[in-house]
Design a protein around this ligand. Structure first.
Ligand SMILES: Cc1cc2nc3c(=O)[nH]c(=O)nc-3n(C[C@H](O)[C@H](O)[C@H](O)COP(=O)(O)O)c2cc1C
Length: 363
């Protein structure tokens, strides 16, 4: 089996991605780091595994988050929980996001993660944004927006155990039209948080409506720590707009990364007035194959390649036909053979062509 590093070295150039994931110099503060590269990969449950994060870093992300990890899961010592936390050899460092509501469990989780990850732990983020009923009814995720004192205790609990920055991710408020984000962010800053990420929707909105950037600006005005904006950055243009037109220090991109690892570098390019990379069909398929090979080498369930094929194959002529074929793929080699077949077929029919950057609106 090829090593992850070999796969990156051989596949990244063809995919228009970087074959060198450059670590940040140790001693760089979070503020300096965010200023140097303000485009981050957001936490995504069921998506942001080590390979997904590696692809994001190869695409230029300044930092990539784990999915939200249960502090109770760490407490009970589940291997599955630790799988979410362990970085791959290809990752210089990661941000680990925790959720829960018990200060003691946060203390324990922070200490164990810090010990296990060492230099590979860039920061600990606390989820105060998740709107899922199963989480909220236990007083976790966005329910913490109603209990700022407990939320502050969670920040302090982590800080007592780690030397890396502790940050929080919040929403605009829990219930429609009850905005708490600015004062809540101020309370988290007072508790010692080094940055606040804000998704500009109320928790009860889930993903409905639009993220509200005026709220994000109000949070920026309320605190002096860096603010990381999240919400509806489905294209490099939208992310660059947020960076240049709002007060945020950085942005974190979630759904816009689907089948689009170039979005990170392209966002930076737009901010700097540089040309963007519009991936060709060859680059899209090379990126898909690189991702599949990394999943295989990292021993991550290859079923993840199914959603990848949906994301990468949109925009390809006859996409529905190819997606139908991808449903029948079982092994990594099946997915790679399919990508090669697409490449050959499309080339034969149309010759090489360019495809626009993905701007697919999500539900
Ligand atoms: C599939 C999926 C899983 C997510 N999981 C998490 C999570 O584990 N923790 C978290 O804080 N946010 C999570 N989010 C929210 C995103 O981090 C982000 O704040 C939100 O999707 C808005 O950004 P976007 O418009 O760029 O998608 C998730 C979003 C998606 C789409």
């Amino acid at each position: 089996m090829e090593s992850l590093q070999t796969i990156i070295a051989t596949c990244a150039p063809e995919a228009g991605l970087s074959s060198r994931i450059i670590p940040f110099a140790s001693g760089t503060s979070l503020k300096e780091r965010l200023s140097a590269n303000p485009v981050l990969m957001a936490p995504m449950a069921g998506v942001s595994d080590g390979v997904y994060r590696t692809m994001a870093r190869a695409g230029g992300a300044g930092l990539a988050y784990s999915e939200m990890v249960s502090v109770a899961g760490i407490h009970y010592g589940g291997d599955k929980t630790w799988e979410l936390v362990e970085p791959l050899a290809t990752e210089p460092d990661i941000a680990v996001q925790l959720f829960g509501s018990k200060p003691d469990q946060f203390k324990e989780a922070a200490a164990q993660i810090s010990e296990r990850l060492g230099d590979k732990l860039a920061l600990i983020d606390i989820n105060m944004a998740c709107p899922v009923p199963k989480v909220v009814k236990k007083g976790e995720g966005s329910a913490l927006l109603d209990t700022p004192e407990l939320a502050a205790d969670l920040v302090k609990a982590c800080l007592s155990e780690v030397s890396v920055p502790v940050t929080v991710k919040i929403r605009r408020g829990r219930r429609q039209d009850e905005e708490v984000a600015p004062e809540f962010a101020r309370a988290m800053e007072a508790a010692g948080a080094s940055a606040v990420a804000i998704h500009g929707r109320f928790a009860t909105q889930m993903y409905r409506g639009q993220a509200e950037w005026e709220t994000v600006n109000r949070v920026c005005d309320a605190v002096s720590i860096p603010v990381i904006g999240s919400g509806d950055m489905l294209s490099a243009e939208a992310a660059a707009h947020a960076l240049t037109e709002t007060g945020v220090t950085a942005v974190m991109i979630a759904r816009g990364t689907y089948g689009n690892p170039w979005i990170f570098k392209n966002t930076q390019a737009l901010v700097e007035g540089q040309p963007v990379l519009v991936p060709t069909l060859d680059q899209m398929l090379a990126s898909f194959m690189m991702h599949v090979r990394l999943l295989d080498a990292a021993d991550i369930h290859i079923a993840r390649a199914r959603s990848l094929s949906t994301w990468y194959f949109r925009g390809i002529p006859n996409a529905a036909y190819w997606r139908g074929k991808s449903v029948k793929c079982v092994t990594a080699q099946d997915f790679i053979d399919l990508a090669l077949e697409i490449k050959e077929t499309v080339k034969r029919l149309e010759g090489e062509q360019e495809f626009p950057e993905h701007n697919l609106p999500m539900s």
